[in-house]
Every structure is written in C-alpha cells, then in structure tokens.
Design a protein around this ligand. Structure first.
Ligand code: SF4
Length: 347
C-alpha cells in the first residue's frame, strides 16, 4: 500500500470562520481522516471557536451531521473528506475535500494503464474527489500516449468535472456515446459502480494499492446476483421499505410511493426508519424482502451479509414488471433511485 497524504487550505477555513463567526463548530470526518479532524480542531480552537469533534460514521457528502451539531449547540459544521453533495443544508457547512498532494502514485500507473487500454482510443475519465487535483496532468499523460481523453461535467450530486461518487456517475453517463471505455481513478468501490451503470468497459486504477484492473467480470457477477434477487422478490408478500434519516439519503417521498405501488399490487408494505441502516439492525425483522431507499451501495456491498433480498427501487420496478431487465441494464439504472425515470412500458 502506498501511503497517501492529503492537503487542506487552513487560510480558507479561517476566512470562512471570520465571515460566519460561529461560536461553536462540529467537525466530522470519515475513518482514515480522523487525524485531519484533530488538526482542524486545534486550528480553529486557536481562533477562539468552541470546536467539537464527531466520531459518528461519516460515509459521504450525503451524511452531514446536522442533528448531532444541533444537539450540541454547534452553529456550523466542518465536513472532511467529501465534496458538497446537497444544494442546501440546515446549518452552514465548510467542506474540506482532503485531496491527495502527490501525483507520483498515479503517475506510476500511467504505463500499466496505457498497456491495459491497448485497442481503445477514446477514454472517459472519472475520479474520486481525492484525485481531482491531478485530473489535468493525468489526461495530458494519457493523451501523450495517443488516447483521446474526455471528462464529463459536474451535475446531479457531483460538484466537480470528472468526479464520480458511489451513487452518481452522471459525469461518465453523459459521455457514454462518445467514448470506447472508461477509466476510474480511485478504489474498486468507485470503479465497480461505473461498470454497473454502463455497458462500456471500465478500468480501475487504484494508486493506493497500485492495481489496474478491468471491472467488467466483477460487475457481471453482481448483476447475475441482482437478477436472482429480483426473481426472489417476486414471491415476497410482506415487504419493508428502509429509509435513512441522513440528510442526503432521506427519501420518504419515494418510500411512500413504493408503499402505494406495492399495496396496489396486493402486497403488505411497511416503512422502517433509522439513521444507520445496517444488516444487524434489520436482521430481527421477519419481512420476506426489503427495499433500500438509502445509500444504494448498501444493496451492492452489504447484500452478501443478508439472507433476504435488499432491492433498490428500480430493481423493484423490474420485479413488478414495470420495466424490463434489458431496459434496466441498457439505461444503467441500477444505482438510480428516482422513480420518475424511465417511463413504465408495460403497466
Ligand atoms: S449515498 Fe452512499 S455512495 Fe452516495 S455519497 Fe452517500 S455514502 Fe456515498
């Protein structure tokens, strides 16, 4: 494993504090960036701010600790490790994206990447937010080896050009018609999502592990499992719809819509609400199947730890015959939580 160090601009944080003048601030960070939370706590305490550090899980930019901050009387939040995800938050949030300083761990993968991409010409690039400082250099290095390299714009939950999130690949989806394949810089988590939403081949480049790997076989195996779970869901009579309270995951409107659809289909459906959705905290319920309206990656990464189907909303539409499996695959709907896309074809 390569040790990667991140950078942050203390002047930007201090400038934000001086403008906002909060008396108390809550600092939240994911595992792996707790040290940065400590550094920022010392920095802002030195400015006379009453700073608290949260140790609650912080999974993404969707997971802003508004309730926790309000509970401890914080007037603002410093959120480490993710880009802005929500257009509005109840409390002001300063995002410390914690981008990687050094290009070398990615630069050392250029040759293996170029070798793996032999036979492809137009390549779409996506990166987790931590690598975005090196996007231009990376694209130039690939272009120098004869590839035509494209990055899609921001949009949806993506704050930056070329960014990808575990639940939003719109930067790649918009360039799908003009590229032969994708390369995703980040981890298996980020690259696998791209392979699940598109039929274009996806190459992962992970500077941390120094691995370069095509994701398509992994994606095929997951899709085969998803198809099997959709078939099992068809038999389910009693269904629970899971809703997370996290600000960026809260989909109560969608959950109620699903409940109505299932009731119309003659099935019992109830809504279960929690902050963290874990397999452990739903294991004791006796429903035949579950629908996950929270982070879509729970259904991909955690399904193996759970014996009942944990379907995503669009997969439920397949199970109920409202869209076909082929449409679902063609449009790359697996991580799409919206029920407004696509139009039902055989209601
Ligand atoms: S919903 Fe899941 S994948 Fe999306 S930002 Fe939140 S934790 Fe990440």
């Amino acid at each position: 494993m390569v040790i990667l160090s991140v950078e942050f601009d203390s002047l930007e944080i201090l400038d934000w504090l001086r403008k906002l003048r909060p008396r108390r601030v809550l600092i939240q960070s994911p595992l792996g960036l707790r040290g940065l939370a400590e550094q920022i706590c010392s920095l802002i305490s030195g400015e006379g701010v009453d700073a608290f550090i949260s140790s609650s899980p912080t999974w993404g930019g969707c997971d802003i600790a508004v309730e926790e901050a309000k509970r401890v009387g914080a007037e603002a939040i410093i959120h480490i490790g993710h880009a802005p995800f929500l257009p509005h938050t109840e409390l002001p949030v300063f995002y410390v994206e914690a981008r990687y300083k050094d290009y070398k761990p990615l630069e050392s993968l250029i040759e293996p990447i170029a070798k793996a991409l032999t036979g492809y010409r137009k390549v779409g690039v996506g990166m987790s937010v931590q690598w975005l400082n090196h996007m231009t250099q990376f694209m130039e290095d690939l272009a120098a080896r004869g590839f035509s390299v494209v990055a899609g714009g921001p949009g949806g939950h993506l704050a930056h050009r070329g960014q990808v999130l575990g639940c939003d690949y719109s930067s790649l989806k918009t360039i799908e018609p003009i590229v032969d394949c994708y390369i995703v810089v980040g981890s298996v988590f980020h690259a696998l999502g791209a392979a699940l939403i598109s039929k274009k081949p996806t190459l992962m480049a992970d500077p941390h592990t120094q691995k370069v790997e095509w994701m398509d076989e992994r994606a095929k195996r997951i899709l085969a499992t998803r198809y099997y779970l959709i078939q099992r869901f068809k038999e389910a009579r009693r269904i629970a719809i899971l809703v997370s309270r996290k600000p960026g995951q809260y989909m109560m409107g969608l959950a109620q819509k699903l409940k109505n659809i299932l009731n119309e289909d003659g099935r019992e459906a109830n809504i279960i609400v929690s902050d963290e959705i874990t397999m452990e905290n739903i294991a004791d319920f006796t429903y035949d199947a579950y629908i996950n309206t929270a982070c879509p990656r729970l259904s991909i990464e955690d399904q193996a730890r759970f014996s009942k189907p944990l379907l995503l909303p669009m997969e439920v539409m397949v199970a109920l015959g409202r869209i076909t499996w082929e449409e679902f695959l063609d449009k790359g709907l697996i991580l799409n939580l919206s029920l407004t896309v696509p139009q039902p074809t055989n209601l």
